[in-house]
Design a protein around this ligand. Sequence first.
Ligand code: BTN
Length: 266
Amino acid sequence: MSAKIKMSQVQDRLCTKRLGRTILHCHEIDSTNKWAKELAKYGASEGTVMVAETQTRGRGRHGREWISPTGGLWFSLVLRPKLSPDVASKLTFVAGLAVVKVLCEMFDLEAETKWPNDVLVNKRKICGVISEMNTTDETVNFVVVGIGVNTNFNVKEVFPKELRRVATSLQDELGRKIQLEELFSTLLETIESLYEQFIEEGSDSILEEWKSYARFLGHKVEVTTLTEKVSGLALDIDPRGALALELEDGTVKHVLTGDVSLQLTL
Ligand code: BTN
């Protein structure tokens, strides 16, 4: 089967120092995150990237299935930041910010971020990010950041019915297929530059910029945590990366893990 992503074209374009200097590419795999975690345990160096044309068991947050048909961009990065686990857990924002910036700048889309790790276009999910950290006590051994971008396929043709109203793809939004190599190399460059900023300056400026794309802030949302569902006004993202939610009684709750549902009028 011919490759949808031409790696030679990605490597030719790529102007990064570390990220994507080694790219492992395959036609089909269960999950690039699983692959990356296995290789990271055997010493894969910082910046190694795994990419697959299709995943048979793509994984989202909370063990959810991530549908990964051919035509999408499914990849994982191995990072080895010298940071505490608390700080390294905010790398998800680096990846989400990189995706939203690239979608806005490259395709002139009005993409937005949604806490904690989604990128939406026209209120529908176009990208998801998952970070998985391996630590020993307070030392981060590695973080695998997995990124899935719905690109060259039509959501209505390939996604199950229940996802069609809530997901979109670049092809659906632009009415054409895009050059995967250009998107992939631009994303890697943007992630590297934001990652360097994160390492050198800390997470504050990344969070501030991430928030500038977060249109849900200032609106009523419903948040599903591991234990409950709460509604409130999305006020802010605090320095830990938690969502500050103003509840009906006026108290402010800081939610570190959960999923936000926006009030959709589709
Ligand atoms: C989410 O929104 O829940 C996160 C989805 C992350 C999907 C990507 S696709 C590449 C990488 N491999 C996986 O199995 N998952 C991530």
